[in-house]
Design a protein around this ligand. Structure first.
Ligand code: ADP
Ligand code: MG
Length: 238
């Protein structure tokens, strides 16, 4: 096993029907345990890059390795399994199931992820206990953990989404602009909690944003425009 969590080489990706690739990344890697912020304007391809790393879409050419697995050599099913077991994804809109409780939303993360369930068992916990532990660390009260997701505030929903991504210690946590709906103090607090939890369970963090002011929070910052040699179609930053 190498120190590499994500390695990209000669990657290009064009959306079906598009004239130009949205992404062309000659070389990029993220090592295990790193906390990396990728900054780029709206429409510059951040979410597209994350979907490629997560194996949701496939590169047009080149390769992406996640934990030494070359995604282009895996079947869709193998990619789905790798994602379920080793990638925790925090979406911009959180994607929680509104009628389920916070706790149930978190537990769902490991339903199809045997490796994540195994890691929880190795720590001597049940899935429910591990979900509660994470939600407690992220600041949700016992009562809030039993509330349906739709009755929680945006900040609370975001913590639930983070707990869902972290449950069962996936190797890589991907965060797609999860703080855009928060004010600055809540945003910084959330990022610090995310750092703590990633460090505790040994997860690598890949976080994307359009917000340049987040750069001071992260030990490593990269501009997507410096990685990506495709003609930029992004809007002016907002
Ligand atoms: P960002 O996350 O940086 O705002 P995106 O990765 O969402 O940017 O989008 C990059 C470019 O790809 C944009 O031009 C966008 O319109 C296009 N795009 C995004 N998703 C799709 C899709 N599902 N089908 C076709 N084009 C898409
Ligand atoms: Mg996006």
């Amino acid at each position: 096993m190498s120190d590499c969590c994500v390695a990209i080489h000669g990657l290009t990706f064009a959306w079906p029907g598009a004239q130009q690739p949205v992404l062309a990344i000659p070389q990029w890697s993220v090592n295990k345990g790193e906390r990396v912020l990728v900054r780029g304007a709206s429409g510059s391809g951040k979410s597209t890059l994350l979907s490629l790393i997560a194996g949701i879409h496939s590169a047009s050419s080149g390769y992406i390795k996640v934990l030494d697995h070359d995604l282009s050599t895996l079947s869709q099913r193998q990619r789905d399994r790798l994602r379920a077991n080793e990638i925790g994804y925090i979406f911009q809109q959180f994607n929680l199931l509104p009628y389920l409780s916070a706790q149930q939303n978190v537990e769902l993360a490991v339903q199809f992820a045997p490796a994540r369930r195994q890691r929880i068992a190795q720590r001597g916990q049940t899935v429910a206990e591990a979900a509660t532990t994470l939600l407690n660390h992220l600041g949700l009260t016992d009562a809030q953990q039993q509330q349906s997701a739709q009755t929680l505030s945006v900040g609370q929903q975001q913590r639930v989404a983070a707990a869902r991504a972290l449950l069962g210690a996936p190797a890589l946590i991907i965060a797609d602009e999860p703080t855009s709906a928060l004010d600055e103090s809540h945003r910084n607090e959330f990022i610090n909690l995310l750092f703590q939890e990633c460090a505790e369970q040994g997860s690598t963090l890949l976080f994307v944003t359009h917000d340049a002011t987040l750069a001071t929070q992260f030990p490593q910052v990269v501009e997507l425009s410096e990685l990506n040699t495709a003609p930029q179609q992004g809007e002016a930053d907002v």
